[in-house]
Design a binder for this molecule. Structure first.
Ligand code: FMN
Length: 381
């Protein structure tokens, strides 16, 4: 089912005038697109026919090969018990450092998308306007926001002349158990333990690379704990278990599940903010991955392989060439966390850096903007 127009502000007007910025409102400067990519939750909006009756609204931004932005909007039309989604394309109107984009869901017709306030530090919230003050959205990285951000949004929007009395705050959650879109592709992970019987000193002392594992499945809770150790969220600001240069978070962790209880064999993506796995593809990938990695057999034998990839642009956009070094630093932090967590869970692992980049990318179909840097097979000892 197609659902058009969401977050394409003035698109209904479909005219050149739709690329206006409302008078007196300035798009943010110092905008960094790589940090804006990924999923946003719609927290509040001025309502429009194209979003009427929808809750659980999200927008997902990713890069296309031609340099434009893929926009995927989703929402739940509660009265009908249906999900709607619309895919569009966005481009910068001015330079890529200015938060002013044009979004199109139909051919050549574009509407304004003006980011007029932004959490420049951590990219956790954004205020977005369309071509006039009739269009306003508050987007955030998690479905709940603190009172400080909400207050700032209402004050700022009122001061800029938006009709804030008309705002609706969008419900997230309360979805039917047979929610097909989420059920099929999203796997809730068991909550990570924040304490355990083994000291850090003991884990450091015991840590060893291991390459032979029992032919036994991994429990989902064990995999969840390892993923949390790699990139889990540890405070309300979205900071993580591993440090990140300027909180740019270039790392993405994928999982090749071979034998994990509760997971079909396939490729998954870890979403730290939701502590969920997104199923990308089912199928046995361990064999192709091992072949792409100089036939290192532990990749075939492991119950699961954690695949560490990086989106370098998130960090180089801020730090230039030096950002490359920072990404390599970060992969060390995250993988060591997993190493120590594996010891504490009595699981075996090793970091694998010897593989053919193109073949791994091909086997996993993980191309631009991701670059795979490390593989960590995990199995029971
Ligand atoms: C950058 C890097 C790349 C590595 N690549 C591989 C690899 O491809 N295959 C492998 O079996 N071990 C790999 N290792 C693991 C090392 O062989 C291992 O850390 C080393 O033998 C020391 O053993 P220990 O980790 O038990 O202390 C790699 C380690 C590092 C730091």
């Amino acid at each position: 089912m197609r659902w058009t127009l969401l977050l394409a502000g003035g698109l209904a007007l479909a005219c050149a005038g739709c690329l206006r910025v409302p008078a007196g409102i300035e798009p943010v400067a110092g905008f960094e697109l790589p940090r804006y990519l990924g999923r946003w939750y719609e927290i509040a909006r001025l309502d429009h026919p194209f979003e009427r009756g929808m809750d659980n609204v999200t927008a997902e931004y990713s890069l296309r090969e031609d340099g434009s932005l893929r926009v995927l909007n989703r929402g739940y039309l509660r009265a009908r018990g249906e999900w709607r989604e619309a895919e569009g394309r966005a481009r910068f109107v001015r330079d890529p450092g200015t938060g002013f984009l044009k979004v199109s869901f139909f051919g050549p017709f574009y509407g304004s998308y003006v980011i007029f306030d932004l959490d420049h530090e951590d990219y956790q919230w954004a205020f977005v306007a369309g071509p006039s003050r009739r269009y306003l959205w508050l987007l955030a990285r998690s479905p709940e926001i603190g009172t400080a951000v909400r207050g700032h949004f209402l004050d700022r929007a009122a001061a800029l002349g938006f009709p804030v009395d008309g705002l609706i705050f969008v419900a997230h959650g309360d979805l039917p158990a047979d929610n097909p879109m989420e059920e099929l592709t999203m796997i809730e992970l068991p909550k990570p333990a924040l304490d355990g019987p083994m000291s850090v000193e003991r884990a450091l002392h015991l840590r060893r690379s291991t390459r032979a594992y029992k032919n036994e499945p991994l429990r989902l809770a064990e995999l969840a704990q390892l993923l949390w150790a790699a990139q889990g969220i540890t405070d309300e600001q979205g900071h993580r278990t591993a440090p990140s240069a300027g909180a740019t978070y270039p790392l993405e962790v994928f999982v090749v599940a071979n034998t994990v209880e509760g997971l079909a064999a396939g490729l998954y993506h870890y979403r730290p903010h939701e502590h969920r796995l997104e199923l990308l593809r089912t199928g046995q990938l361990a064999g192709p991955l091992a072949r792409a990695s100089l036939d290192q057999s532990m990749l075939r034998d492991a119950a699961a392989v954690l695949v560490f990839a990086a989106v370098f642009e998130r960090t180089t956009a801020r730090y230039g060439a030096r950002g490359e070094r920072y990404v390599h630093n970060e992969i060390g932090h995250a993988s060591q966390n997993v190493h120590l967590q594996a010891v504490a869970l009595n699981l075996g692992t090793v970091v694998v850096g010897a593989f053919r980049d193109e073949e791994v990318a091909q086997a996993l179909r993980l191309g631009d903007p991701h670059r795979v840097l490390y593989l960590m097979p995990v199995g029971r000892l």
